[in-house]
Design a protein around this ligand. Structure first.
Ligand SMILES: [Zn+2]
Length: 272
């Protein structure tokens, strides 16, 4: 079944399943959000860059429901995913990995109510809907969380996936990131809310995976031959993926991604 947005062109909220909405930020520097509504409470995944973006999101939520925001999931610690927490859900329980919690600048900006994800993750029930929140291991950062809505066949990925764009990379783990994407692709999902840009299907998720896998294979092969980072960057062939956004459309370039993985390989090599 298709749920099409009945809102005006300027609005950026799309219904992607029963009671489930994707909020696609018009500001590429501010993350997307996903919200699931029930009569008794709302769950929100990521809250935008700052107070202003949080207010915009809350306005969209209020067009759908007046119920209290009871849970906020922060997919990772980057400010564009949690800057709106205090506006969107001042009394909400904030759910994140322990890593994300410790990366918040000060105790003052931490929520009083915080639930951290264990190895097995967390399953919540919001109204009649199941929500599974899990940590796939280090990927975009060292403490990402992914939110799976099984009965909605939907996934909120945080920055583990960006639609038609190469990603920004923090101190994560490229090889495990690709494994995490494979794990996502094994789920029966149809609607995928990325960290940034438009709602996607499996096709875009697969292509993003293939881009990272190709980058991994090429960089690892050249690193193995003893090539310098500059040599690797100049030999990299990403022609098949040239329509993906790079700086200045988004934060990073293919060369930046190659550098991030090259450094991870170097670190592992030196750690031996
Ligand atoms: Zn991020």
């Amino acid at each position: 079944m298709l749920f099409l947005c009945s809102c005006s062109a300027a609005a950026s909220t799309q219904k992607i399943g029963p009671d489930l909405y994707a909020y696609i930020s018009e500001n590429d520097a501010s993350a997307n959000s996903t919200f699931l509504v029930s009569d008794r409470g709302i769950l929100v995944v990521d809250t935008g860059l700052n107070v202003q973006e949080g207010r915009r999101l809350l306005e969209e939520i209020r067009k759908v429901s007046q119920a209290p925001v009871r849970w906020i999931v922060n997919t990772h610690y980057h400010p564009d995913h949690r800057g709106g927490n205090n506006v969107v859900g001042p009394d909400a329980v904030v759910i994140s990995t322990a890593f994300t919690r410790t990366k918040q600048e000060s105790k003052e900006t931490q929520s009083a109510l915080n639930e951290t994800l264990g190895a097995k993750g967390l399953t919540l029930y919001v109204g009649s809907h199941e929500v599974r929140i899990y940590h796939p291991g280090p990927a975009h950062t060292r403490g990402d969380a992914v939110v799976y809505f099984p009965d909605q066949r939907a996934l909120a990925t945080g920055d583990l996936f960006l639609t038609n764009s190469c990603p920004a990379m923090d101190d994560g783990d490229m090889e495990n990131w690709i494994a995490a994407l494979e794990q996502m692709l094994a789920l029966p999902v149809e609607h995928i809310v990325p960290g940034h840009f438009e709602v996607a299907t499996r096709t875009e998720l697969q292509r993003f995976h293939d881009y990272l896998a190709s980058l991994r294979d090429q960089v690892a092969r050249m690193y193995g031959k003893g090539m310098t980072l500059q040599q690797v960057q100049s030999k990299l062939d990403m022609n098949a993926y040239k329509t993906l956004r790079q700086f200045p459309q988004y934060e990073a370039t293919f060369k930046d991604n190659a550098a991030a993985y090259y450094q991870q390989l170097d670190k592992k090599q030196r750690g031996k």
